[in-house]
Design a protein around this ligand. Sequence first.
Ligand code: C5P
Length: 218
Amino acid sequence: FDYELLTGRHVVITAGPTREPIDPVRYLTNKSSGKMGFALAAAAAEAGARVTLIAGPVVLDTPNRVERIDVVRAEEMYQASLDAVEKGCDIFIATAAVADYRPTVTADHKIKKSTEEIHLTLVKNPDIIAAVADHANRPFTVGFAAETQDVIEYAQGKLKNKNLDMIATNDVSGSDVGFNSDNNALTVIWPNGHKVLPLASKAQIAKQLIELIAIRHS
Ligand code: C5P
């Protein structure tokens, strides 16, 4: 591993889930642990980069020499990400499992138990990585795709639709990879190539992915 691979580069990484409030005590979220994003932040810092880690609610220690910005809702993660891109960064890696939808309204007070059936109306959250990739000050943009079926096909679609430079895909249908696991296996895809990173610790996978990003970016 080259400890000067990303010297002088600014890398911004989103990680973890987002939490979308229903009322003051309830929210919608998902199973993301944030481990992959935090491992990537550690690896990028070890490679000499300046690293900004935009983290949703997770229980993980901040890696050494990483600047961490804590956010809760997708809209906050969007704002922090676009702020970072506007100020200028070289590489943006989106590992966050952003909630696709949020409650249209957040109740001011705890919702009371009432009728047998109640309805929650949701509205789409902004697509953070798509906005970053479309920005005039566009960094090298890397996405993640956690899929349970037709992994490569869906990932190739996202690479194109979201205008990404690279996408890392993992099959989360098994229990030994992805989400809360300490291990991961990825297929990394870019517009005219791909590479398989076989099952390894998230720390090892992160270093390999950082190497691939550094090569493709330069
Ligand atoms: O479309 P999908 O959510 O599967 O795409 C996954 C990729 O897009 C991940 O890199 C994720 O961090 C990013 N994403 C995002 N903002 C969203 C939804 C997904 O940045 N609102």
